[in-house]
Design a protein around this ligand. Sequence first.
Ligand SMILES: Cc1ncc(C[n+]2csc(CCOP(=O)(O)OP(=O)(O)O)c2C)c(N)n1
Ligand code: SF4
Ligand SMILES: [Mg+2]
Length: 307
Amino acid sequence: MASIKELASKGNLFAPGHRACAGCGGTIILRLVAAAAGENTVFIGATGCMEVASTIYPYSAWKVPFLHNAFENSAATASGVESAYRALKKKGKITKDINIIAFGGDGGTYDIGLQSLSGAMERGHKLLYICYDNGAYMNTGIQRSSATPFGANTTTSPAGSVIKGKTQQRKDLSEIMVAHNIPYVAQASLFYWNDLVEKVKKALKVDGPSFINILSPCPLGWGYDPSETIELSELAVATHFWNVYECENGKYKVNIKPKKEKPLEDFLFKQQRFKHLKNNPEILEQLRAFLKEKYENLLKKEEISAR
Ligand SMILES: Cc1ncc(C[n+]2csc(CCOP(=O)(O)OP(=O)(O)O)c2C)c(N)n1
Ligand code: SF4
Ligand SMILES: [Mg+2]
């Protein structure tokens, strides 16, 4: 298990002074991922808040090599980096082991970069792809994505008299990644930082592609006080809004099974984006049923894996 001391000894490979909002979950994720991976790492970032806020020319928050990408192609670029690295290693021009980590937000991963991600995973490149999922296109003003939860208010799924927030349930990208038959797929939450760090280390050791989806609270887009990012990361798991699990070579393990389950409302009503659901119980119940089924299905898959 990782210790705080061990992580702190790595220094900040993702440095402070970037332009993200106070309390941004994405920056905490990147800092933890960078600390877990260490300095022999190349990061490849799709456009989105984490790229825009960390690399405003001529500044960079990255103390390791970072490749800026368009929205669509972070995984494609990472595939190229990995192929070049493999060739140079074969020729003896590179001797050290290097981690290749591509990342993107939910817009850049669930939607716009899905084709290049799918290709990279199917071709079997040895790289880790991290999705920081804040549930909307935050950088351009909170537009809905296929990761936006059912019922959430965004600027393109506005809660009003016509619709009551997003009218579709979220796409399950982690399960789409499992369907690629890659060696390692996981979901993580910031609150369980140790689990997150261990997952990054495990993913980087795998001989092939790996994917980790991390819930990324966003004070601006979710509408909550920046001091509550970590609390929301815990509540998301305790209410089964977000499940912390892994699928290693097709075998499922639910890493966090909350001892004290909490009502979904505890998570939802700390956020402005769900406040209209107080007056729309039928939408809340549809969301609750969807989440309940997801968690129960995961437990079933875990049980089958153990047989
Ligand atoms: C092809 C393309 N379309 C639109 C944009 C504008 N754009 C830049 S960042 C962004 C939102 C990114 O959303 P997401 O990937 O979820 O990351 P977040 O901003 O939420 O961190 C958009 C729409 C772009 N850069 N390229
Ligand atoms: S809008 Fe959200 S994701 Fe973007 S920097 Fe601010 S808190 Fe982070
Ligand atoms: Mg987003």
